[in-house]
Design a protein around this ligand. Structure first.
Ligand code: MV4
Length: 651
């Protein structure tokens, strides 16, 4: 019986594996690079071992460092997750040599499926339909040219050692063949150290549908339905769903049985995914087999009700598969999107920075697998995936609706993400009709309007103006008295705005040139504003950090920089050290006691008035002398609440 599992991975998949392992009673060991010392997966594991510096090559990809961590902690099994060492046959062998159970298939299966040429030959022998092509052993340019004549055009040149779209070139006609062969060869040599090439008939606008298979150590193998992964960007899957909207029960059975044949043909054990291309006439062709648990496995878990990591551990323990083929039922629909720290408006470049606030929108039918939390630094060392947002529904539209809402409601402040791009895909009509093929993003998706939101609307500008004009200490500004117009200028996602803000009690009017908007502020806390605009009550989330305002409203996330150079509250006024109630109200909370050291800007007391919370902040550094307020007190305007001592208060 295995008792201690080392997870040789990071981020959301490490967190996810630890979650199941703990539920099943395993002790867990995390490994981490120097950059991940405070990462969530490290905190959740029972033990954690630093295995090297930030670069993956010196940490998560270091076989020696991972095995040393297993030895040090007495782990008896290693789960590789996906990526990193998960499909490295040498690593699987090294684990076994070290007396460790590798949670994955036998190295022979990893080895075979790592070669497009050899795996295709094995599949053809097993009776699995493959894309028509040529798989000569280390074929020369001449042999490839001769074979191309038989295949016809367009055709695909693929690196045998490639995968996931790497080392693949589409050739439209004979004229370009030789040049593309030379380029494919050198690309393969550089990327994989192996320049063997195969040829395939190119399928036009196929769907990418993959079958989840599982096999145990007793010769059993089953399929657990399919996942449609046709929406890809440069061979990166963007949206995955189960079941496929293109599937029929007959096709599912035929593809499932072919996938099981593939698994049995290579004496597979554990979780595997057989990828197929499916044409418009529902003919399907073997593409490749992934010998790991895939990123997108949660959609299968949701429609089958099975925990695939639990299955992996059961199979590794030598147990038979938990279910027979007849026991496996598909219910409902699940759709997953990958939330990335990348900027769709700038070539999807990876983004780094501090995730000031990250609040996943967990709700009915929503699962969010993440390895990050508020305050984390997003570094440039690893895949910039922040989370997978997976929605489940009784049908596809319910899943779609829930996913859209979850995307809009997830609070993300501090790092640019592809959230808006994702929500445009899920809202798109072609996607909604289940008609997206692998050509969708390139052809059917209006990139210009979908990569980034349009310019900030006047309502968003008004929200920003209302919050910024509340100033650092909103209490000092939200007075009942009529105040003069407050001029503000700020940058809102690249647009510079100059506005004037008129406040009268709850009501705020924001003027920008000829444009104006009125809002009624219903409730204002440090993180949320409830407001009424055009008689419609709404809510926005926000966070102020210095002159930055992060604002999330109406499903959009905005970053505003206050350019007003307003003198910070109380910076140039004499600081009395006597903190008064700015209006009649009730004391919600007192956060300090006599003797506490405080800094200027620290919130000492929360006052509630006009259904708004108003933090009463220290107007200078000092020590709390007397606290004259207590939670629940009703206080009058200008009543003394707290008196600071220490630094010489100016007269
Ligand atoms: C193909 C293909 C069409 N014809 N092979 C291989 C790796 C996988 N990620 C994509 N692969 C494809 N192989 C033949 N013979 C179409 C794909 C394909 C694809 C190709 C280009 C752009 C996006 C794509 C998305 C899914 C599948």
């Amino acid at each position: 019986m295995l008792t201690k599992l080392l997870i040789a991975n990071r981020g959301e998949i490490a967190v996810r594996i630890i979650r199941t392992a703990r539920q099943l009673g395993y002790r867990t060991v995390a490994v981490h690079s120097a950059a991940d010392a405070n990462a969530l997966h490290v905190e959740l594991a029972d033990e954690a071992v630093a295995i090297g510096p930030a670069p993956a090559s010196a940490s998560y990809l270091s076989v020696e460092a991972v095995l040393e961590a297993a030895r040090k902690t007495g782990a008896d099994a290693i789960h590789p997750g996906y990526g990193f060492l998960s499909e490295n046959a040498h690593f699987a062998v090294a684990c076994k040599k070290a007396g460790l159970v590798f949670i994955g298939p036998p190295e022979a299966a990893i080895e075979l499926m790592g070669s497009k040429r050899r795996s295709k030959i094995a599949m053809l022998q097993a009776g699995v339909p493959c894309v028509p092509g040529f798989e000569g052993d280390n074929a020369s340019d001449e042999e490839l040219r001769a074979a191309a004549g038989d295949i016809g055009y367009p055709l695909m040149i693929k690196a045998s050692a490639g995968g996931g779209g790497r080392g693949m070139r589409l050739v439209h006609d004979q004229k370009h063949l030789q040049g593309e062969i030379l380029r494919a060869r050198s690309e393969a040599r550089n990327a994989f150290g192996d320049d063997e090439l195969i040829l395939e008939k190119a399928m036009i606008e196929p769907r990418h549908i993959e079958i989840q298979v599982f096999a145990d150590q007793h010769g059993n193998a089953v399929y657990l339905g399919e996942r449609d992964c046709s929406i890809q960007r440069r061979h990166q899957k963007v949206v995955e769903e189960a079941p496929s909207p293109f599937m029929t029960p007959e096709l599912r059975q035929a593809m499932g049985e072919a996938a099981v044949k593939a698994a049995l043909a290579c004496r597979y054990e554990g979780a595997g995914t057989v990828e197929f291309l499916v044409d418009q006439d529902r003919n399907f062709y073997f593409l490749e087999m992934n010998t790991r648990l895939q990123v997108e496995h949660p959609v299968t878990e949701l429609v089958t009700g099975q925990d695939l990591v639990a299955w992996q551990l059961a199979v590794a323990e030598g147990e038979p598969l938990p279910l027979s083929q007849d026991d496996i039922q598909l219910t409902g629909h699940a759709i997953e999107v990958r939330l990335y720290a990348e900027d769709p408006t700038n070539g999807f470049t990876p983004q780094t920075g501090t995730l000031h606030r990250f609040v996943p929108a967990i709700s009915d039918g929503i699962r969010i697998d993440t390895g990050v939390r508020s305050g984390d630094t997003i570094t440039p060392y690893y895949d910039p995936m922040l989370a997978k947002v997976i929605a489940y529904g009784q049908n596809r539209n319910e899943a779609r609706r829930r996913l859209l809402r979850a995307l809009e409601d997830t609070v993300i402040f501090g790092v640019t993400t592809n959230r808006y791009f994702l929500s445009r895909i899920i809202a798109d009509q072609t996607f909604g009709a289940g008609a997206a093929t692998t050509a969708f993003l390139d052809q059917a998706f209006a990139a210009d309007t979908s990569l980034a939101p349009a310019e900030a609307t006047m309502t968003e500008i008004a929200l920003a103006g209302a919050i910024l004009s509340a100033g650092g200490n909103s209490a000092a500004h939200w007075s009942n008295s009529t105040s003069s117009a407050v001029p503000l200028s700020f940058d809102i996602d690249g647009t510079t705005c100059s506005v004037s803000v008129n406040r009268r009690g709850h009501r705020v009017e924001i003027l920008r040139g000829e444009d104006s908007r009125s809002l009624e502020i219903q409730c204002l806390t440090e993180t949320q504003m409830d407001f009424v605009a055009n008689d419609v009550r709404q809510v926005c989330q926000y966070q102020r950090r210095g002159n930055q305002l992060y604002l999330q409203a109406l499903g959009r996330s905005l970053c505003i920089t206050d350019l007003s150079h307003q003198p910070p509250a109380a910076s140039n006024k004499t600081s009395s050290g006597r903190l008064l109630a700015s209006m009649d109200g009730g004391i919600v909370d007192v956060l300090v006691t006599a003797g506490d050291e405080v800094r200027r800007g620290d919130t000492l007391v929360i006052l509630e008035a006009m259904k708004m919370e108003h933090p009463v902040k220290a107007d200078r550094d000092g020590q709390v002398g007397t606290v004259l307020a207590a939670r629940g007190d009703q206080v009058r305007r200008h009543q003394l609440l707290v008196e600071l001592v220490g630094l010489e208060a100016k007269a």
